[in-house]
Design a protein around this ligand. Structure first.
Ligand code: 0X9
Ligand code: ZN
Length: 321
């Protein structure tokens, strides 16, 4: 669609094709799994990256889940996660000792586009679409009031209050008719249940922030697990330069039915929500189509991202960035 950096899901050579190519070209390192299908029939795809990927049972090694693009318009999250995937695979193939060691001991899971219908829609129709494409009013067309917020549909304090999510279909934080009503939620929640990752980085935009659970609690004095602070850092010394770390309800706003709250409570996962930057002052969700700015955002977050993988074999002794 004429972009330098951004690729849609469906286009030839787009994200879906790239995921298949990655698995095809790296058979003993990368395994592709279709976690489910969206309302419009798109595949929700996960890649498992580990040495000997295909022969090993899922969850055989301590797992880390890198997920992105639950919210359709947050393109920088897709791209930062895509670069992380490539970086790890390329360095493994180049014989990088540290990465080879890492991929012998851990399995890294990537869900680049957790909401493929919504993501595709931001290329084809509405750049600022946030939710999935559930046809709320059942009129057979996607219109302004449609969609469920995938990050309010998880089975953790779902429906807890109306500050953190909404019962109104047209709301940008519409939580959906019931917990895990959406295929996108089934896919990710199912994956969390199955592989019980030690860590998750659920990338969103825009911040710059590093958020952690519980998002539904207000007035929580401190993180429920010291590993959060050890890895995200402090205001004075954040794990990603220029980012503000903190409990999400406190740092940003209250949420419920949220992904990382679910992971924290149900799969024993230390789960972060990095809110990546805007790329320019006032750009908001529309990160510039600029290779240098995108690469800089990726590089900035890389040490934090890798610190999760390095910490996975022994989470009680986190290896900070
Ligand atoms: O509202 C959200 O879902 C996230 N912000 S965004 O602007 N990307 O939509 C923040 C969710 C943070 N909440 C928790 N991590 N609990
Ligand atoms: Zn988001």
């Amino acid at each position: 669609a004429g972009y330098t950096v951004w690729r849609s899901y469906d286009e030839p050579g787009g994200i879906r094709d790239q995921l298949y190519a990655m698995a095809r070209n790296n058979q003993n390192l990368v395994k592709l799994e279709v976690l489910g299908k969206t309302g419009q029939g798109r595949e929700i795809i996960a890649l498992k990256v580990t040495q000997g990927a295909v022969g090993l049972r899922d969850g055989a090694r301590p797992a880390v889940l890198y997920s992105s693009t639950q919210h359709a318009r947050e393109w920088i999250s897709t791209e930062v996660n895509r670069r992380l995937l490539s970086n790890v695979v390329d360095r493994f193939k180049a014989g990088d000792k540290e990465i080879k060691e890492l991929l012998k001991e851990t399995e890294l899971w990537f869900v680049l586009v957790a909401n493929p219908d919504g993501y595709q829609y931001t290329f084809d129709v509405e750049r600022l679409w946030r939710k999935n494409l559930r046809d709320n009013d059942g009129n057979g067309q996607i219109t302004v009031g449609d969609g469920v917020d995938p990050n309010r549909n998880f089975d953790e304090h779902f429906n807890y209050d109306n500050e953190g999510s909404s019962t109104a279909a047209a709301s940008e934080t519409y939580r959906g008719p019931s917990a895990v009503s959406e295929p996108e939620t089934k896919a990710m929640q199912g994956l969390l249940d199955r592989i019980k990752p030690k860590f998750q980085s659920n990338m969103h935009s825009y911040g710059p922030l590093i958020l952690y659970p519980q998002g539904w609690q207000t007035g929580t004095p401190e993180a429920d697990n010291p590993i959060y602070v050890a890895l995200a850092g402090t205001d004075a010394n954040p794990a990603i330069p220029g980012f503000d770390p903190g409990i999400s309800s406190d740092e940003l706003y209250v949420t419920n039915g949220e992904t990382t709250d679910y992971a924290d409570s149900h799969s024993g996962t230390v789960a972060f929500t990095p809110e990546l930057g805007e790329g320019c002052e006032g750009c908001g969700f529309v990160f510039p189509d600029d290779e240098a700015l995108v690469e800089a955002e990726f590089q900035k977050a890389l040490p934090f991202s890798l610190s999760l993988a390095k910490s996975a074999p022994d989470p009680a002794n986190p290896k900070s960035a």
